[in-house]
Design a protein around this ligand. Structure first.
Ligand code: 5GP
Ligand code: ZN
Length: 114
Protein backbone atom coordinates (compact mmCIF):
# COMPACT_ATOMS: atom_id res chain seq x y z
CA UNK A 1 0.00 0.00 0.00
CA UNK A 2 1.37 3.44 -0.96
CA UNK A 3 2.90 5.30 1.95
CA UNK A 4 3.06 2.28 4.25
CA UNK A 5 6.49 1.94 5.89
CA UNK A 6 6.24 -1.83 6.28
CA UNK A 7 5.15 -2.31 2.64
CA UNK A 8 8.29 -0.34 1.71
CA UNK A 9 10.42 -2.60 3.92
CA UNK A 10 8.81 -5.67 2.30
CA UNK A 11 9.60 -4.26 -1.18
CA UNK A 12 13.17 -3.43 -0.12
CA UNK A 13 12.65 0.32 -0.60
CA UNK A 14 13.53 0.89 3.07
CA UNK A 15 16.33 -1.12 4.67
CA UNK A 16 15.81 -3.51 7.57
CA UNK A 17 17.65 -6.26 9.38
CA UNK A 18 15.76 -9.33 8.25
CA UNK A 19 15.72 -12.37 10.51
CA UNK A 20 13.18 -14.58 8.70
CA UNK A 21 11.32 -14.61 5.40
CA UNK A 22 9.03 -16.88 3.46
CA UNK A 23 6.46 -16.25 0.72
CA UNK A 24 3.82 -15.03 3.20
CA UNK A 25 5.67 -13.21 5.99
CA UNK A 26 8.75 -11.14 6.71
CA UNK A 27 10.39 -10.61 10.09
CA UNK A 28 12.93 -7.93 10.89
CA UNK A 29 14.48 -6.22 13.93
CA UNK A 30 12.50 -3.38 15.46
CA UNK A 31 14.32 -0.07 14.95
CA UNK A 32 13.65 0.89 18.59
CA UNK A 33 14.02 -2.34 20.61
CA UNK A 34 12.50 -2.57 24.08
CA UNK A 35 14.28 -5.83 24.96
CA UNK A 36 17.39 -7.77 23.82
CA UNK A 37 15.19 -9.56 21.27
CA UNK A 38 12.57 -7.38 19.57
CA UNK A 39 11.46 -8.60 16.17
CA UNK A 40 8.50 -7.46 14.07
CA UNK A 41 6.67 -10.17 12.13
CA UNK A 42 4.50 -8.85 9.30
CA UNK A 43 2.39 -10.38 6.54
CA UNK A 44 3.58 -9.50 3.03
CA UNK A 45 -0.03 -8.66 2.19
CA UNK A 46 -1.04 -5.21 3.44
CA UNK A 47 -3.62 -5.64 6.21
CA UNK A 48 -3.99 -2.57 8.44
CA UNK A 49 -4.66 -4.39 11.69
CA UNK A 50 -6.73 -7.10 13.38
CA UNK A 51 -9.91 -5.16 12.52
CA UNK A 52 -9.23 -5.91 8.84
CA UNK A 53 -8.87 -9.66 9.23
CA UNK A 54 -11.36 -11.76 7.27
CA UNK A 55 -11.85 -15.50 6.81
CA UNK A 56 -10.02 -15.07 3.47
CA UNK A 57 -6.86 -13.40 4.82
CA UNK A 58 -6.70 -14.76 8.39
CA UNK A 59 -4.41 -17.62 7.32
CA UNK A 60 -1.53 -15.18 7.79
CA UNK A 61 -2.04 -15.48 11.54
CA UNK A 62 -0.93 -19.10 11.40
CA UNK A 63 2.01 -18.11 9.18
CA UNK A 64 3.01 -15.40 11.68
CA UNK A 65 2.82 -17.79 14.64
CA UNK A 66 4.82 -20.46 12.81
CA UNK A 67 7.40 -17.80 11.90
CA UNK A 68 7.54 -16.74 15.56
CA UNK A 69 8.25 -20.31 16.58
CA UNK A 70 11.07 -20.62 14.02
CA UNK A 71 12.60 -17.27 14.98
CA UNK A 72 12.49 -18.04 18.71
CA UNK A 73 14.23 -21.35 18.08
CA UNK A 74 16.81 -19.70 15.81
CA UNK A 75 17.56 -16.99 18.36
CA UNK A 76 17.75 -19.49 21.23
CA UNK A 77 14.87 -18.11 23.31
CA UNK A 78 12.22 -20.76 22.58
CA UNK A 79 12.66 -22.56 25.88
CA UNK A 80 13.22 -19.51 28.07
CA UNK A 81 10.12 -17.80 26.67
CA UNK A 82 9.00 -14.73 24.83
CA UNK A 83 5.96 -12.58 24.14
CA UNK A 84 4.02 -12.08 20.94
CA UNK A 85 2.24 -8.74 21.10
CA UNK A 86 -0.20 -7.10 18.72
CA UNK A 87 -1.37 -3.51 19.10
CA UNK A 88 -4.67 -2.80 17.34
CA UNK A 89 -5.68 0.83 16.94
CA UNK A 90 -4.84 4.12 18.59
CA UNK A 91 -5.69 3.26 22.21
CA UNK A 92 -3.40 0.23 21.97
CA UNK A 93 -0.57 2.43 20.71
CA UNK A 94 -0.52 1.16 17.14
CA UNK A 95 1.67 3.54 15.16
CA UNK A 96 2.23 1.58 11.95
CA UNK A 97 -1.02 0.54 10.31
CA UNK A 98 0.27 -2.63 8.68
CA UNK A 99 -0.52 -5.70 10.78
CA UNK A 100 2.48 -6.77 12.86
CA UNK A 101 3.33 -8.84 15.88
CA UNK A 102 6.15 -7.90 18.23
CA UNK A 103 8.26 -10.91 19.26
CA UNK A 104 9.92 -9.76 22.47
CA UNK A 105 12.28 -11.67 24.73
CA UNK A 106 15.86 -12.37 25.69
CA UNK A 107 15.24 -11.24 29.27
CA UNK A 108 12.67 -11.95 32.00
CA UNK A 109 9.68 -9.79 31.12
CA UNK A 110 7.74 -10.06 34.36
CA UNK A 111 4.12 -10.92 34.93
CA UNK A 112 2.54 -7.59 34.08
CA UNK A 113 0.82 -7.36 30.74
CA UNK A 114 1.03 -3.58 30.51
P1 5GP B 1 3.24 -0.40 16.97
O1 5GP B 1 3.38 0.69 18.00
O2 5GP B 1 2.51 0.09 15.74
O3 5GP B 1 2.68 -1.68 17.52
O4 5GP B 1 4.71 -0.77 16.56
C1 5GP B 1 5.40 -0.21 15.49
C2 5GP B 1 6.85 -0.58 15.67
O5 5GP B 1 7.52 -0.34 14.44
C3 5GP B 1 7.58 0.26 16.74
O6 5GP B 1 8.08 -0.62 17.74
C4 5GP B 1 8.69 0.97 15.96
O7 5GP B 1 9.90 1.03 16.68
C5 5GP B 1 8.82 0.12 14.71
N1 5GP B 1 9.25 0.83 13.52
C6 5GP B 1 8.71 1.99 13.05
N2 5GP B 1 9.33 2.35 11.91
C7 5GP B 1 10.26 1.40 11.66
C8 5GP B 1 11.22 1.23 10.61
O8 5GP B 1 11.34 2.01 9.67
N3 5GP B 1 12.00 0.12 10.68
C9 5GP B 1 11.91 -0.78 11.71
N4 5GP B 1 12.73 -1.82 11.69
N5 5GP B 1 11.01 -0.65 12.71
C10 5GP B 1 10.21 0.44 12.68
ZN1 ZN C 1 1.63 -2.05 4.38
Amino acid sequence: MDGCIFCKIIKGEIGSTKVYENDKVLAFKDINPVAPVHILIVPKEHIANVNELTPENAGVLADIHLAAKEIAQKLGIAEKGYRLINNCGADAGQTVFHLHYHLIGGTPLGAKLI
